[in-house]
Design a protein around this ligand. Sequence first.
Ligand SMILES: Nc1ncnc2c1ncn2[C@@H]1O[C@H](COP(=O)(O)OP(=O)(O)O)[C@@H](O)[C@H]1O
Ligand SMILES: O=P(O)(O)OC[C@H](O)CO
Length: 504
Amino acid sequence: MGDFIGAVDQGTTSTRFIVFDHDGRPVASHQLEHEQVLPRAGWVEHNPLEIWDRTRTVIGSALTTAGLATSDLAAIGVTNQRETAVVWDRRTGRPFHNAVVWQDTRTDSIAKALDADGRGDVIRHKAGLPPATYFSAGKVQWLLEHVDGLRAAAERGDALFGTPDTWVVWNLTGGPDGGIHATDVTNASRTMLMDLTSLDWDDELLGFFGIPRQMLPSIHSSSHRTAFGETAGGRGSSAVPITGVLGDQQAATVGQVCFEPGEAKNTYGTGNFLLLNTGEELVRSRNGLLTTVAYRFGDAAPVYALEGSIAVTGSAVQWLRDQLGIISGASEVEALAASVDDTGGVYFVPAFSGLFAPYWRSDARGAIVGLSRFNTNAHLARATLEAICYQSRDVVDAMAADSGVALTTLKVDGGITANRLCMQLQADILGVPVSKPVVPETTALGAAYAAGLATGYWSGTDELRANWAEAERWQPRWNDAQRRDGYAGWRKAVERTLGWVDVE
Ligand SMILES: Nc1ncnc2c1ncn2[C@@H]1O[C@H](COP(=O)(O)OP(=O)(O)O)[C@@H](O)[C@H]1O
Ligand SMILES: O=P(O)(O)OC[C@H](O)CO
C-alpha cells in the first residue's frame, strides 16, 4: 500500500491536488485557477474541459515536484464545488455546454415557478432544500430546454449529467473508455432530485424538472472501497483506487473533524458555508437553512447537517480587485481595510446572486449604503470584510434558532482565513471566539480522510480527531452595544436590497 493519500479539490475558482501523510499533514500540492465565464449579468459558467485539463495537470505536477509517483498513493479522494451542472456525451466525452455554476441565476423563473404551484413544498420536504437558482435540477432543466439535441440524446441515454465530482471521476477512470458515472450522497443531496431519507433519486422530483433518470449517476457512500473505481493509469503511472467522494463543504466538515452532533465549521472561500452536524437525525429548518447529508462512511448510517450557504464572500473581494481595481490582489484588502478604524458608516451587501441563507431572495441585488463624501476605498474594503462576517452572523443566529444551541466557538477554514483582520471582525461581530486549525486545507483533507477510511489507511474517526490542532484563535473585542448597533445597521442595509429586481 502507498504511504500517502491524494485529494483532488475541484473548487469554484481553482483546482488543487494535495498529498497528505498519515498525520494529515500536506506533503505536496499544486493549484491552478480556471476561467470564470460571465456571458451575461447573473450568468456564471466554467469550461468542463479546462477543469479536467487542470485536474490532470495539478495531479502530475504536485507528484513530480515532491518526487512522488502514483504508486506512492494508497488512494485518492475527490471533493468539489457542489451543485454546478455538467452535461456531456458519454460516447465522446464532449460537454454539450459549459458547466452552469452554482452562483448562476439564469434559472430565476424556473425556481420561482416551483413555489407558485406547490412543487416547492414537496422539494423542501423530500430534498431539504428551498426552491432556488442555487441547486442543480433547474440548471439541468434549462440545459435540456436550450441546448439543441440534448433532450433527444438524454432520452437515448447518450447524455450524462454530473456535478464536478462525477465529471472528474468519470474522466479519471477512463472517460469514454469505461469511465465510472457515479456520485456520493452529499453531492446528490444538493441537486433537488434526491430524497434525503431513501438516499435515492426520486421519480416525482425528476418529473418536476423533466429530467430523464438515465442521465443521472449512481449514488454511493462518501467513503467506499469500490464504487468509484480506480484511475485509468497508463504511460508509466499505476492505477490508484478512488475511495472518497464528497462535496467540498461536507469535506471541510470532515477535515475539521466535526463528527459529533452540535459541532460546526465555517468555510470562507468564494462563498461561505457553515455546517452544523445534527447526527443521524434529519433536522428540518424553520429559519432558512438547508438540510443536507454531511457524510456517509461505508455502510454506516448517514450523518446529516444543517447548512447556511452564503453566495458571495471571497468573490466580493475579487470584485474589489477585478471590477473596481481598488486592490491588485485579494491579500491587499487587509491592509487597505486596516488603514481606517471603522467603515465610516458604510455597509456593503454583496447580493450579486440574490441572497442565499437565511433569506433566499433571488430578487435582491447588491447595494452600498450609508455613503457620505467622507468615505474612501478603505471604508469600502472594511465594509466588504464586515459583510463577510455579518452574513455569517445571520446564519449563526438562524442555526441557534433551529437547534436551540448557541455556538461557543466557531471553527474556521478557507482562503479568507489568511486575513487576520477579517477573523478578528468575525469574533467581534459574533461575540464568540474564532478558531483556525494548523492544516487550513480542510476541504482536501476531508476528501483524503474519506478515501483513507475506506481502505483502512486510517482506522476510524478517533484517529482523525487526534490529527486536529489549533493554530490561531481570535477573541471578541467589541462591547455589547457595538455588536448590537453594528448588526442592527446590517439588517437595515439588507432590507434595502430586497425586491430590487422583478423575477418573471
Ligand atoms: N487575504 C485575503 N483576504 C480576503 N479574501 C481573500 C484573501 N485571500 C483570498 N481571499 C478570497 O478567498 C477566495 C479564495 O479562497 P478559497 O478557499 O481558495 O476559495 P474556493 O475554494 O472557493 O475556490 C477568493 O474569493 C479570494 O478573493
Ligand atoms: O468551491 P467553493 O469552495 O467556492 O464551494 C462552493 C460550494 O460547494 C457551493 O455550494
